[in-house]
Design a protein around this ligand. Sequence first.
Ligand SMILES: Cc1cc2nc3c(=O)[nH]c(=O)nc-3n(C[C@H](O)[C@H](O)[C@H](O)COP(=O)(O)OP(=O)(O)OC[C@H]3O[C@@H](n4cnc5c(N)ncnc54)[C@H](O)[C@@H]3O)c2cc1C
Length: 490
Amino acid sequence: MKKKVFIIGSGFSSLSAACYLSKNNYDVSVYEKNKTLGGRATQFKAKGFTFDMGPSWYWMPDVFERFFNDFGKTRSDFYTIKKLDPGYRVVFDKKNQIQIGDDLDKIAFEFEKIEKGSGKKLKNFIKKAKNNYELAVNNMLYKMPGKSILELINIDTIFKVNLFFKNIKNDVEKTFKDDRLRSILQFPVLFLGAKPSNTPAFYNFMNYADFGLGTWQPKNGFYDVVRAMVEIGKNNGVKFHTNCDVQKIKVVNSEIDGIVINGEYKKCDILISGADYQHTESLLEKKYRQYSIKYWRNRTWSPSSLLFYIGLNTKLKNLDHHNLFFDTDFNKHADEIYTNPKWPTDPLFYLNITSKTNSHTAPKGHENCFILIPLATDLEDTDSLRDKYFKIILDRLKNLSDNDIEKNIIYKKSYCVNDFKKDYNSYGGNAYGLANTLMQTAFLRPKLQSKKVKKLYFSGQLTVPGPGVPPAIVSGKLVSDIILKNERAI
Ligand SMILES: Cc1cc2nc3c(=O)[nH]c(=O)nc-3n(C[C@H](O)[C@H](O)[C@H](O)COP(=O)(O)OP(=O)(O)OC[C@H]3O[C@@H](n4cnc5c(N)ncnc54)[C@H](O)[C@@H]3O)c2cc1C
């Protein structure tokens, strides 16, 4: 008889693990507390608009492709993607804006206009970043389940050790003098969840993901990826259950026995949780938890966010699909996220206008957009604070892009710390897990396999390799590889 694997949550890491294990002949059931699959990447429709709620930057297309190839498929069997040109726009002030083109020559040309000699320096910088990307993705990501420091040491990485002890901020600042160029080159690090000054220089491979591989957009948004993975899982026999809140994990003789879902007990042989790690451990009796409250409290968390999903009955001008508003002090906002947590004095923000590329996500002549302000975790979250920041952003938009949209809003939904906690059982309302700082890299992250409970495993953005959709997909593969190895050894 096939062994029964239960998976808590339906984020990308859970979907990935479900696909790999079902392909290897396990009887897999996924239990998701919410009414839709996809975890933080869920999608909703309202008044003719289709909103992706979570990820919007489709980077590292090679990682997605590799996943589909593992199932004898290719990405294009499921959905189409388009390379964006410009990939994104960075707004420093009304007259001072940079569009990041879809190849390095175009970007170097823009850099050169701002700082003499920077075009050539950029090409050199990206050459090194490419080298790190190839090492990270081809040689490390899939081979590092985070069990021991030895995974990090091989003939290629040994010469890069110094890059783990330098930080990205210094690396960028010693090469580029102009503050605008420095901010652009530090932006990709925000995906890793920490301040550039707290992120090892090795992670500059994200600059290659940005300028080298480019920014892509799936035809129907990020939910195309969720649909594709669910289809692969279903074809291999995975059973997906929504509205299933896992309330308790039962352990007998230090081994997984089963879970309580909506009050009902179900037995399984193996359990993986792709839900937030700290929440999963709270479902266990205290003696089976590996990490204390103090441990979680002392981690560096990725930011939470204040989001507004907006439907407009007009088109927006002077803007692109992805727009970063860096017209305020980057370092001050970062400080208010990580060092002195509070609502930001002058927030940077990101505006996504999905309908610029995918016109079908809004009615004709309308615009589908969302605004994201990164915030410290666990801040007080009230309607009046959300309204206050909405007003600040609308004023900035008006001044910086000549779009006065207040009267054109026909749909608006806000989402913040309390929603992350309620919807995803997210620790402190974090948006994308534990940051990739030096002390939270690889074997220093919470483990994929429980040390206290046999046949209990974890996946997702709080464990290895880290935050973001590509790492979540890899996390599902890493945990499946461990399970297959452990089961073969029995
Ligand atoms: C606003 C936002 C923007 C982002 N932007 C990007 C981006 O542009 N590009 C990118 O690559 N990444 C981005 N990310 C990060 C990316 O979305 C995540 O890293 C990734 O989706 C996390 O996947 P995961 O497998 O860890 O699971 P999650 O998506 O966290 O899913 C966990 C699931 O577990 C479920 N769950 C929790 N508790 C229980 C329970 N008790 N019972 C049953 N189910 C439970 C939750 O409901 C949830 O569905 C963004 C994230 C957010 C929130």
